[in-house]
Ligand binder design. Structure first.
Ligand code: AFD
Ligand code: MN
Ligand code: MN
Length: 428
């Protein structure tokens, strides 16, 4: 029997053969259009190919809500299965050569992780620590917080876990730690805001002191949930304050779903970049809260506006870590992650073709209409042929979801992997 991953090359070849002529026709048409604007297609394709986004190991399993989880067929049973799925995502979509791991969900065996990553040709992006759940056998509970807990023993345990994440991360070639805590309160008066932040900062300093010199730590804020009244690292202001207090190796991570629905996220991105404190992203989309829907599924224009700020920060020399953080409840996670990587690239490509000269001139003239139309002209451009060509030139699929379905990978792993239980709710 063909191993599931070995099904991909033939499926990619057959799928590409069927689509190649139509793709070439569309690419030629777009080349002519962009040529008129003086844009070189090969340069654009190289720039698009250089934009990569890490896949979250936890995103390869079917997600759930606090009500229920409905597992799909062939769910990964462990981190090695998850890495196989991540390899599929990258081989088809060519946008995600690295995986972002979450500990202790992903075990405690750096050698096994590294070997598997090497065998699959995958690297590792920022590692994520988990002090928002209790694990079997854990000495102290995180029920009332972790890094900001009133008890020093709990804080120490949470610090020690983060230091272990750094150790594992070092061994697998990662160079950043993302810290998101669920710490907060459900009732006014439950804790003192100031004392809680003080304790958090002291613990965060102990983690920061354990960072290798060439590492960064990303502070991830979130408006609410699991705490429903107040959250210790609630907003970009708190995140900025914490990252500034810690030092140069500390930066802020913007998860696109972690703000109130009407907040101007692209402007937060611009502000953090202005302050030199923008470190990374968790891409996803949302309608109401931290919905963790697929990137670009709800508001692609906002994703485009965020990408303009990303591009502008990168043009000023900043190195940003791009990661996906999604939960897939009703789709095949592999398909959602492929499409999300492509959506991030699409908006990046649209940002690349903005007529910046025209925009600057419109701004200087206070010509609001032309400024807005300049952005929309880029956003309205169908850049799919550029994305497909970038994939094709790196042995990927013109239409990665079509190639995935043709490969029969999901059915093949379903035959090999144990059926997952759907009991209970939860994010994983
Ligand atoms: C949280 C955060 C964070 C964390 C994740 C766990 O977005 O990045 O690691 O959920 O699934 O909401
Ligand atoms: Mn996140
Ligand atoms: Mn989140």
């Amino acid at each position: 029997m063909t191993a599931p991953l070995d099904r991909l090359p033939d499926a990619i070849a057959a799928s590409n053969a069927a689509l190649r002529d139509a793709h070439q026709y569309d690419l030629d048409a777009l080349t002519t259009k962009l040529d008129r604007r003086g844009l070189d297609i090969d340069t654009l394709i190289d720039q698009i190919a250089a934009f990569t986004i890490a896949v979250p190991s936890w995103g390869t399993g079917t997600g759930g809500t606090r009500f229920a989880r409905f597992p799909g067929p062939g769910e990964p049973a462990d981190i090695l299965d998850k890495l196989d799925d991540c390899a599929v995502i990258h081989r088809l979509g060519r946008a995600s050569p690295r995986v972002s791991l979450h500990f202790p969900w992903d075990g405690d065996d750096p050698d096994a992780l590294r070997q598997k990553g090497d065998a699959l040709g995958l690297g590792f992006d920022a590692v994520n620590s988990n002090t928002f759940q209790d694990q079997p056998g854990q000495a102290h509970s995180y029920k009332h917080g972790s890094l900001s807990h009133v008890s020093a023993e709990v804080r120490d345990q949470a610090v020690a876990h983060n230091l272990r994440c750094i150790e594992i991360g070092r061994a697998i070639g990662a160079d950043a730690l993302t810290v998101w805590v669920g710490d907060g309160t459900n009732f006014p008066g439950q804790q003192d805001f100031t004392a809680q932040l003080d304790r958090y900062l002291e613990a965060a300093q102990a983690i920061y002191a354990g960072l290798p010199y060439d590492w960064r730590v990303f502070i991830e804020h979130k408006i609410y949930e699991p705490a429903f009244y107040s959250t210790v690292v609630q907003d970009w202001g708190s995140s900025f304050l914490i990252a500034s207090a810690l030092g140069d190796q500390a930066q802020c991570l913007v998860d696109l779903g972690h703000h109130a629905p009407t907040v101007n996220v692209e402007m937060i991105v611009a502000r953090l970049a202005f302050a030199g404190k923008l470190g990374g992203f968790h891409f996803n989309d949302s309608k109401y809260g931290d919905d963790d829907l697929d990137s670009g599924a709800i508001d692609p224009y906002r994703l485009f506006l965020v990408m303009r700020e990303v591009l502008s920060a990168e043009r000023r020399g900043m190195t940003l870590a791009h990661m996906i953080d999604q939960s897939h409840n009703v789709t095949d996670p592999i398909e959602s992650l492929i499409v999300s990587g492509a959506e991030a690239r699409r908006c990046y490509a649209q940002a690349l073709i903005v007529d910046e000269d025209r925009l600057v001139a419109a701004q200087a003239d206070n010509d609001a209409l032309t400024a807005s139309e300049t952005l929309k002209a880029a956003f309205r451009t169908d850049v799919e042929p550029l994305l497909a060509e970038a994939r094709l030139r790196s042995s990927g699929a013109i239409d990665p979801v079509a190639a995935f379905r043709r490969s029969g990978y999901r059915a093949a792993v379903t035959a090999l992997r144990p059926a997952a239980s759907g009991a209970g709710g939860g994010i994983v």
